[in-house]
Ligand binder design. Structure first.
Ligand SMILES: Nc1nc2c(ncn2[C@@H]2O[C@H](COP(=O)(O)OP(=O)(O)OP(=O)(O)O)[C@@H](O)[C@H]2O)c(=O)[nH]1
Length: 385
């Protein structure tokens, strides 16, 4: 199943890669942390933040974005915090949503202003080596939503980006949980096509050697599977799930070859240096594999758009020619009346994203929802329903 991430296949792609090699060499690396609820994403971000603040590591402080609108307390200071822009509780109330719908809608609203976020990030790019994104606890809200894809694509097309997939190691000792986690990781990797680092977190509680063994040798995984409770049914036959996982382990073997895996304890800080080594190596993969593919997709999209535009214009011109031939008098009077021109001002007031490192009163909250209700400053948020 697992195909390698496409590499540069044409000379144009190779040229694009070499062009961008120079352009990305000084850009900061973006680290997008993704993981199941409770895997330790926020604690991990706090740990790598403190590592990057430690001057003896010869690094500059990172620029951090919090994209979780529902988090109550963050163990780190975010430079841009979604909670400064969207009130998740108010979104739930106004759009009549449950918690997950509220988080998703809050993220969607924030994404409509992501161009402002990118501008701020680009302004700061000279002063930092790392940009870190903490994502919502409910993994699917980021990984399977349009806004998650837009944010990922937008940032990855500007900066060398790597996905840090955080795994709760202690919860992976059961082969079935390990397999589920790996399948999820696999789906994200093939969706984003970005360099991927598996971060086995909480190694202070459970060392991750077993996971590395299972990834390196599928027979070791199959042996663990065979001895796991529930591997056989009442008649002593392997259960359906067991057989399925057995086959899957062969398939995932190929996927593991494209992964870097590190063990980290966000509690003690063990393994953080190895993580940054893996991020550094991923820059090369980004430049070699992701960028040429991005250029190719961009060129194809532009061509498709141009073709569609040309086709519409051609059809319009044909229709006009037929009309004019039928009624030459009407064609002669067919002139644009200047007074009919509409006022182009759509009343789109700005919602400013806050850069906490710049503002005078950090955390000053902009209530975009009440702005939406208020008459004077109209915002074009989408209407409920
Ligand atoms: N022992 C140990 N505990 C950890 C480690 N990392 C995180 N934890 C604990 O795991 C729990 C969840 O950590 P969080 O950082 O809140 O996890 P999260 O993935 O951000 O959680 P959500 O955003 O709610 O999904 C907390 O109780 C942390 O203290 C670690 O390396 N070792």
């Amino acid at each position: 199943m697992a195909e390698p991430i496409p590499g540069p296949s044409t000379s144009a792609a190779a040229a694009a890669a070499s062009d961008t090699n120079t352009s990305t060499s000084k850009k900061p690396s973006v680290i997008i942390t993704i993981g199941m609820a409770g895997a330790g994403k926020s604690t991990f971000v706090q740990r790598i933040n403190s590592y990057l603040h430690t001057s003896e590591n010869d690094t500059r402080p990172p620029y951090i974005l919090n994209l979780d609108p529902a988090v109550l307390n963050l163990p780190f200071e975010a430079n841009i915090d979604i909670r400064d822009t969207v009130n998740y509780a108010e979104v739930m109330k106004q759009y009549n949503l449950g918690p997950n719908g509220g988080i998703l809608t809050a993220l969607n609203l924030f994404t409509t202003k992501f161009d402002q976020v990118l501008e701020l990030v680009e302004k700061r790019a000279e002063t930092t080596d790392h940009i870190i994104l903490d994502t919502p606890g409910q993994i699917e809200i980021f990984t399977w939503s349009a806004s998650g894809a837009i944010i990922t694509d937008a940032i990855a097309s500007s900066f060398p980006t790597v996905i840090a997939y955080i795994i709760d190691t202690a919860r992976c000792v059961a082969p079935a949980t390990f397999m589920s986690n790996m399948l999820y990781a696999c789906s994200i990797m093939y969706k984003t096509k970005l360099p991927f680092v598996l971060v086995f977190n909480k190694t202070d509680v459970q060392p991750h050697d077993f996971a590395l063994d299972w990834m390196a040798d599928f027979e070791a995984f199959q042996a663990a599977l065979a001895t796991h409770p529930g591997a056989r049914d009442a008649e002593g036959e392997p259960t359906y799930m067991n057989s399925l996982m057995n086959s899957m382990s062969l398939v995932l073997d190929e996927f593991y070859k494209h992964l870097k895996a590190v063990g980290v304890s966000s509690m003690t800080g063990a393994g953080v240096k190895e993580f940054f080594d893996a991020v550094e190596e991923s820059r090369g993969i980004y430049e070699r594999d992701y960028l040429p593919e991005l250029e190719r997709a961009r060129a194809m999209r532009e061509k498709t758009l141009q073709d569609a535009k040309d086709d519409s214009v051609n059809r319009l011109m044909k229709d006009l020619a037929v009309d004019r031939a039928k009624n030459p008098q009407a064609a002669a009077n067919d002139r644009w009346a200047e007074e009919d021109e509409e006022d182009e001002d759509d009343g789109d007031a700005e919602v400013n994203i806050i850069d906490r490192s710049e503002e005078r009163w950090p955390g000053q909250y902009i209530d975009v929802m009440s702005m939406r209700r208020g008459g004077a400053e109209e915002i074009n948020w989408p209407r409920p329903g």
